[in-house]
Design a protein around this ligand. Sequence first.
Ligand SMILES: [Zn+2]
Length: 478
Amino acid sequence: MRSLTIVAALSLTALAQPAAQSDPKTAALGWIDANASTLNRVNRNIWGWAETGLEEHKSSRELQDLLRANGFTVESGVADMPTAFVASFGSGRPVIGILAEFDALPGLSQDATAERKARPEVMAGHGCGHSVFGTASSAAAIGVKQAIASGAVKGTVKLFGTPAEETGIGKTYMLREGFFKDVDTILSWHAGDTTRASWDFSKGIVSVKFKFEGLPAHASTSPHRGRSALDAVELMSVGVNYMREHVKEDTRIHYVITNGGGQPNVVPPEAEVWYYLRANKHTDVEESYLWLTEIARAAAAMSRTKLVETRIDSDMHEVLPNRTLVEVIQKNLELVGPPVFDEREKAFARALQKDLKPAPALALAERVEPLPAGPPEQGLHSTDVGDLTWFFPVGQLTVATYAYGAPGHSWQIVACTGMSIGEKGMMVAAKALAGSAIDLYRSPDLIQRARNDLKTMVGSQKYLTLIPEGQKAPRTIR
Ligand SMILES: [Zn+2]
């Protein structure tokens, strides 16, 4: 029943196109405006399914269907990930890539309500706003397609459907497998609580799982015959927490125990701990990572267990922002204007800010922030966009899609993303991305300048990944 509804809706989408217009930007932005209700529905579907990394089958399909219905050729299941895809339209250079994410976060089930209320049917939620992310990026690509199809600009637009961003897998393996190799520039955005071009660095991060093996035994009748793998995990945590005192201030180390044994009367024969290790510079991640692995080996020695696996699923570099591209984005953001929220939306935002401390200064951000003139700011987050920025000029922006001051990965973000607040921001993002892409098609000079910026930004730094050579994308995350 539902799929019939989608097919009907999509054929309407393909029809709802504005008349051919000579100005490519008007054509692109016009398509996005004319299809707002379809885009909202796509967001609500992805938001509702709330599928986590590498499990985003319906969400990925939803975006692919939208793109196919609008004339894109879609290659799906790329780079050994069933939910990764590349959708293309047009031919020749320049090739402009737009990134789409669509994975949700576990443990963040939340309704589109201003109070905390889990949805009984799902365990996860779009606490990073990736449902509006994927939808806006796809809309931007289709908007650009209108301009290419009308002959007003020449080149190719590629929408990269990049799964499992929350664990840094999608783009990392798509890059390794060569799926980005022919792009000239890449544009992306992220949900946020302000609207601005992203003139900032992110942190580098490695994601690594340590698996220990001990000996099972009755924990009361024969504990002397057992060796606890959980002891190794705990000793490793103690060691790492002492290590914290002697790493650079910008280092972040966080972990979860993914297997701590079955029940107390069995000495745990297997245990696993999953670490994220971050620093502003990837070179510092590389250095601390060596220390982390030494602690893991030492913990195994202390508990007389074995460290049987050290598995790096993903390793991400810090984002290197591109001045030329953020200036193009800034211009387009100012042209499109910030999202404008109504009283009902402001009341919704204020209600869900109730428990936030300190109390946010405003309900929702409604202006385009000025582009800072100085060097890039340092962000505290990490993203697999980072690795792309070492090889291609990448421009990014954030748009206000949730209540001001809401913490990242929170139920407040899930709530806003599933209603009009998130969707107003989504429309602004789609238009700013499409407008920026069109400026790039029209000015090869901008692309060249962006390439030069990239060269200067990388300078003499070397790109080194901790992912073993030849390793394929993981099939599952947990
Ligand atoms: Zn995110």
